[in-house]
Design a protein around this ligand. Structure first.
Ligand code: SF4
Length: 264
């Protein structure tokens, strides 16, 4: 999953009210508190829920979403900000997480499964079914490591954020794994033919991929039919400003090539 994804927490449990002229609107009841990490180890078959963000406006552009983080990822991107999610471990009870999400129906549009790599979780199809039954739209962040597993769940997804790590020359240097571009391209091929909304995004720093190579990669994605593309400036830590800015000239070209382009 992408290191640069970020989420914002809404205050939990605070009574809310507003004044409009002389009319005072009633306070809403306090929200249910989100689940906490388990104190005792969960059974081995438990889904590897590694974290939960109850409210995010940035993990699926245009949607208010809760984000469920799955721990476990076979890649070792040198810039990964989620290293604690690389190793598989169930830190939250899915039943508690699911019960909490049930209290947010009507307040949120969607649930996004992120990571780590969410497709590393064999029970992901069942988790997706659970949140769909609640009426949520479902989004997925993936680095494109498991094309067969993506094929299994794709028809149940409303949106996918697919990481593109680099061009062919630079892929394995980023991921720390051999032949890592191959599965990511297989996932891209599926998305291009599936009709599911998706965005390709790259975490970028010119020391890893200079602007010329970035633009060549982006041009090829656009030629293949990618309509939404985002460049996420690499940061030393989540929330820090990007290390180096993408030039205005490059941004102008990217805006022209894609239906939607974002520089974050
Ligand atoms: S693919 Fe895995 S190692 Fe790479 S940034 Fe995502 S979680 Fe981290």
């Amino acid at each position: 999953m992408n290191a640069a994804s970020s989420s914002s927490n809404a205050p939990e449990g605070a009574p809310q009210h507003a004044e409009t002229g002389t009319r005072r609107l009633a306070a809403r009841p306090a929200y249910a508190a989100p689940p906490q990490p388990v104190a005792q180890p969960l059974p081995r078959h438990s889904p590897a829920i590694g974290g939960l963000v109850p409210f995010s406006t940035v993990d699926w552009p245009g949607q208010l979403a809760a984000v469920v983080f799955i721990s476990g990822c076979p890649w070792r991107c040198h810039y990964c900000h989620n290293t604690e999610l690389q190793t598989r471990a169930a830190r939250y009870d899915w039943r508690e997480t699911r019960a909490f999400l049930a209290t947010r129906t009507g307040l949120l549009d969607a649930v996004v499964f992120s990571g780590g790599e969410p497709l590393s979780e064999p029970r992901l199809p069942s988790l997706i079914r659970d949140v769909r039954r609640m009426g949520y739209r479902v989004g997925l962040h993936t680095a494109g490591i498991y094309p067969l597993r993506l094929a299994d769940v794709l028809r149940h997804l409303d949106w996918v954020g697919l990481d593109i790590k680099a061009d062919a020359q630079g892929y394995d240097d980023i991921t720390g794994r051999r032949d890592s571009q191959r599965p990511a391209l297989a996932c891209l091929t599926q998305l291009l033919s599936a009709g599911t909304e998706f965005e390709c995004r790259i975490t970028w720093h010119p020391d890893w991929l200079d602007e010329t190579r970035l633009l060549t990669l982006a041009r090829e994605l656009a030629r293949r039919g990618v309509r939404r593309f985002a460049v996420q400036g690499a940061r030393s830590s989540p929330g820090a400003p990007p290390g180096r800015a993408l030039s205005a000239q490059a941004q102008t070209m990217l805006v022209q090539w894609f239906e939607e382009f974002a520089y974050r």
